[in-house]
Design a protein around this ligand. Sequence first.
Ligand SMILES: Nc1ncnc2c1ncn2[C@@H]1O[C@H](COP(=O)(O)OP(=O)(O)OP(=O)(O)O)[C@@H](O)[C@H]1O
Length: 753
Amino acid sequence: MSARGVRPGMLRHKENNPADAQAGKRQRTATGAGRQPLSAAAQPPPPPPEEEPMVFAGREDVEALLNEKMKGKNKMDYKGKSEQMMEYIKKLRACIKWLLEREDANLIEIGNISARLEAEGKEHSETVAELKKSIDEARSINEELQKQYTSLQETLKKVEAEKMDALRALEEEKDARTSIESLKNELLEDLKRNKLEEKRLNDQIKMLQDTNKRLQEYNTSLQQYNSNLQADATKNAETIAKLQKEKNTMVETMNGLKDHANSVKMQLDLAKSLQNEAAKQKNDLLKEVEGLRMELQRVREDRDNKSVEVDSLMAEIGTYKEITGKTAMELDGAMTRTTALEETCSSQRETIKTLEIKLAAASERLKMSDLTALETMTEYENQKKMLESLQSRLEEAEQQILDGEKLRKKLHNTILELKGNIRVFCRVRPLLPNESGAVSYPKSGENMGRGIELMHNAQAYSFTFDKVFDHSASQEHVFIEISQLVQSALDGYKVCIFAYGQTGSGKTYTMMGNPEFDDQKGMIPRSLEQIFQASQASMLEIYNESIHDLLAANRMAAQDGGSSKYSIKHDANGNTHVSDLTVVDVTSINEVSSLLRRAAQSRSVGRTQMNEESSRSHCVFTLRIFGVNEGTDQQVQGVLNLIDLAGSERLNKSGATGDRLKETQAINKSLSCLSDVIFSIAKKEEHVPFRNSKLTYLLQPCLGGDSKTLMFVNLSPEVSSTGESICSLRFAARVNSCEIGIPRRQTQMRSSQ
Ligand SMILES: Nc1ncnc2c1ncn2[C@@H]1O[C@H](COP(=O)(O)OP(=O)(O)OP(=O)(O)O)[C@@H](O)[C@H]1O
């Protein structure tokens, strides 16, 4: 049999048990066509020989079997044909068996189906009854629903109307939503920006916190350093006091010695004069002795001559006697002459003797005076040596005191720097002809060079500052004291030096001086000489609360543009910028000098009764210094502000009216704002009114920041100015007590740019 219908799942084993086939036959008869079930008496046929079971999968297999044709080797091959027939019959049997089985199965199936149909018919009639019932119910529900529908339609209408309203509201809401959306977007943008800002601020806060931490550490170390310095300062003060004491005793000793030296000198002079006298006497005596000697010689010669004469006379006598011819008279005469000559001789001998005695006494006296002179000389030499040693000791002591004073000053400066105080130097100008002075200075003690006293209405007022320069202080001397500050600007600090004082007290002289004469050059030209590195300079004045550019190419045009275009701004580093201000690059002192000349010509100078050349504006000179330390590659950016303020005199004293009155009021306003600012800094108030005037706003970084600030308080020494001077000094004392913070250097590495 071919494998044609063999399909997985459908292949079945052919029943090879004829009993089963019989059973199938019987069952067919029992169910479908009245066949009886298999009786127990039926005998099973003997088992057929072993065969391959036949398998039928479906109708196709049966049709294939039916269409099968007999094939023999030839027409006469009956045996082959009969074998084939046998085979075919076998297949047919199997087929019939399969069909019977199928029929049985179908009969069972039909039985099952009819039972099911019956049950389902029953079920159907039940369902129909139920359905009928349900339909009735549905009808009543329907009626109910109809009613509901009508009411719902009414409701719907209402709802429609509401819906329309709602739609309109929705439209409106949509519009609102759109605007909210755009608002939301804007807010989101804002939020983004705010977040960025917040991030930036957080970074900044972090940076500030870091800086703060570093500053705190720095502060602690500074405090430590400060306390060390304080200890050193105390020690030094003690040393200085000791030295001062020593100096005083030395000065006393010195004075005693000086007196002694003077008396010794007098003694010496006396001795010298005695010596001179003795020498003179000696000379006289020597001359006398010489004369006596000569006289003696002459007398001796005379005597010798006389002796010769006597001898010759004696010989003559002898000859006369011998010759005898001579008269007795001649002989007597000759005898008398001889006696006289002998007398003369003896008297001359006497004289020689006395002269010899006198000579011996004179020689003795000369010897004595020589001895005294030698003694005096030795004493003089000793005293001179002692004086010299005392003088060198005094010089040493003075040097020690100077060194101690220098150290004290340095420590004082360091302490002030650490405290961040504004330093104040007081300078008093010389008296003019016809002026009488009312100022004095302590001549000794610790306030020497730092104190000043004024007499006003029979009352003495004393002040002390970091330094007081009297009328004799030269520009050079004053500059030496501020050159350290100028150096600080070169080192990258912000430095501000301003001069305050009444009209005619010497502010302009101090700050600018007379640049034409070397010895009269003020602080500005001298500072510039110190700084000859590449720098930028600008110069402005504040006149009647408005800013003017002193270096503008065309001053008038710049002024026409309105001073309002010059606005003051401070950046994050505390640097001040004035918009539109002419800033000139300067690389040499010559360039700066010509700028200064230009600025001086530009300055508004008015006239008041107080000072013919009084400047009625605040003049602000700013120098920005850029430098690079080639060794460390560190860049420094220092700023030097040199400010000549307008006169601080009070209104009634200036005698101003009209425009001058307006100027004075403006000056007074800005100076009073300056004092407000100083007072509020001194009181450590939270709000400092820097913005109340152009001057204070411009000075804000110097007064409220981290710069090194110095104020010159200039004074007129004459009696009529004492009232103003006391006001200035009181203000200066207040400024001196202001702590404005620790100065900070502005540096960065060159490579970071
Ligand atoms: N230390 C000094 N030595 C010599 N002369 C001086 C000194 N100080 C000031 N003077 C002279 O005193 C006069 C007034 O000085 P100066 O003009 O500097 O005063 P000022 O305070 O700037 O006045 P103003 O506020 O009106 O500008 C000038 O003639 C000046 O040369």
